[in-house]
Design a protein around this ligand. Sequence first.
Ligand SMILES: [Cu+2]
Length: 229
Amino acid sequence: MVLKRFTLVPVLLMLAGCNITVLNPKSATGKDQAFLIWFSFGLMLIVLLVVFFLFFRFVATYRYTDKKANFIPEDVHGNKWLELTWTILPILLLIVLAVPTVAITYNQSPISEVLKKDEAVQIEVEAQQYQWTFTHEGGKTSNQALVIPEGKTIRLQLKSKDVIHSFWVPALGGKVDVMPHKDLYYEIKNPEVGTYHGKCAEYCGLEHAKMIFTAKVVTEEAYEQYVKE
Ligand SMILES: [Cu+2]
């Protein structure tokens, strides 16, 4: 027990250095994901509090004392209401958790075909060992930076030249597997101006760690200019 308490210290110190951008989202897509994290965390916290409350109450109420040395509890055969409670409550909790999870997951899942024409800004993202190539509208390409306009729906056409990679910009959205022989379209909605880190989130070979890039969200005018340059 003592050992456990002390091993926790370096772990907490390590976490203190983490910049958890997933919890500081800068796009509608990222915000939905962060909402799911906090929502499930909140539900878990409620369960945890109830369990701990009951645990300590029972420990306090039913602890052994000299007075109870010869106490033999009454035999009971189940309790219909208690059993119904601990069956129905978890089912309700799971339903409450499932509704937003399914809605957001379906809403964000990548699609293999775009059927409708819309206003989305389309950018081709090609992954290969060990770099990304972003082809913006009008044919402008870059290996270092994905440049996108703020406040729009950005539709990324994800392609892989070789193995499975995973596209991830923690502050904006992802992770989405990038598959060879199968293009996927993934949308990032309503990004906010800023420069964010992007990476490959699927181990893809010896130099996988070098598969990083920057995602720059710029104003619409700056984007128009970047594409024309
Ligand atoms: Cu990769």
